[in-house]
Design a protein around this ligand. Sequence first.
Ligand code: FES
Length: 146
Amino acid sequence: MAMRYRLTSVETVLDSGSWLFTARDGRGEDIEVVLVPCEDADSTIEAWINRCTHEDQRLYREGVGVVVRDGGVVCPKHGSIFDSCSGDCENGPADGSTLASIEVTVDDGQVYLTDEDATYLHDGPSADDDADDSGDGPDSTSHLRF
Ligand code: FES
């Protein structure tokens, strides 16, 4: 049986709208992963790497979390919306792309990390903050308001 690590409860993700943790991938890189609600019948929580597919932009931002609108994760930089359940984007600059997923499993109201290529490190953001969006928000060209 594959290893699994308990991340948080489904209730916590639903209450807050999203939940961030940091893991180490199979290449030894630290990655931020965000849990978001998915309303598909067979899945209540999905996990996506906290990066837009268009540019190196975090989807989850401190103090804001992930903006989910009409079942979609909204990129704060240019507004592309990714389906919360499939990760697919069919609009905006990220059109035709899909968020990178991390495998999680929901069991008895708890969310477990079950991806063989990801090892849990800690709750919250990565300490490595050298991304080009160091302001952690939309750049000055963004016209989005939440
Ligand atoms: S950075 Fe996300 S749509 Fe451009």
